[in-house]
Ligand binder design. Structure first.
Ligand code: HEM
Length: 218
């Protein structure tokens, strides 16, 4: 199986000095990310459109409560202005666009179950830990978009396209803010714990607990 965690897409991540917080987050989550690489249905071949769409529906059920906790939850007021919440909080809409393209309507979108156990940050460090996962996923998305666009020409793949050309700059600014705001040993530990919880909740909800009726990839 392809192990892609070490790969770099087009200079997305190399423009800022890597902070102790980022090193710690990578160390804490490397194993969980590697597992996703192995388990993701998006690396199956053949890859029918239904697999992408079913997977996107599960991701939406995880992303919706995660984004809500991150940008509107108890610690949301602690974000520094420079984080650009308005830009970062639209990931649910990317996935919704994919599902509308696949034939969903508003009622069907509203019926999708939401993951009840995503981590809800209560401190800024925990917010950075959770956002590390949702922002970092845009890097993996860019990588997957480049791989899948030719296999799935009929799909817009908005979830994988993510920020598009803004992916690199937004990741760079995230890294810079992480370095400025997650500095003490205590806050680094908090961020690590939250990032692990975010990865684990993704793994459970999107991979392990998807009902058989909603997984066209088995
Ligand atoms: C088959 C699925 C996936 C593949 C192939 C993949 C691939 C990648 C690749 C190639 C990178 C590095 C990009 C770069 O440095 O330019 C990356 C980074 C990252 N991905 Fe994934 N990814 C996948 C799924 C996910 C998922 C589902 C999540 C979160 C739920 C995620 C979270 C992250 C994070 C946090 C980073 C940033 C790592 C860092 O630089 O510290 N990935 N991914």
């Amino acid at each position: 199986m392809l192990n892609v965690t070490h790969l770099r897409t087009v200079n997305l991540t190399d423009q800022v000095k890597v902070s102790p917080a980022l090193i710690a987050l990578r160390e804490a989550t490397r194993d969980l990310h590697s597992e996703l690489d192995t388990l993701s249905p998006l690396l199956r071949r053949p890859l029918p459109e239904s697999v992408y769409n079913d997977h996107a529906a599960r991701v939406l059920g995880w992303m919706a409560p995660l984004e809500q906790g991150l940008w509107e939850g108890p610690a949301a007021s602690l974000w520094p202005n420079e984080i650009q919440i308005a830009k970062r909080r639209g990931k649910v809409q990317w996935i919704e666009q994919d599902l509308l393209n696949a034939g969903y309507n508003a009622a069907k979108l509203a019926e999708l179950e939401h993951c009840p156990y995503v981590p809800v940050p209560r401190t800024l460090a925990q917010s950075f830990g959770v956002a590390y996962v949702s922002e970092g996923a845009t890097l993996g998305g860019a990588f997957l978009f480049n791989r899948l666009a030719s296999f799935l020409p009929g799909l817009p793949l908005n979830w994988l396209k993510g920020y598009g050309v803004e992916t690199g700059p937004l990741w760079t600014s995230f890294q810079r803010l992480l370095a400025q705001h997650v500095v003490s040993q205590e806050s680094i530990l908090e961020a690590q714990e939250s990032a692990r919880q975010a990865f684990q909740s993704f793994r459970c909800w999107v991979i392990d607990e998807t009902p058989d009726t909603e997984r066209s990839w088995i």
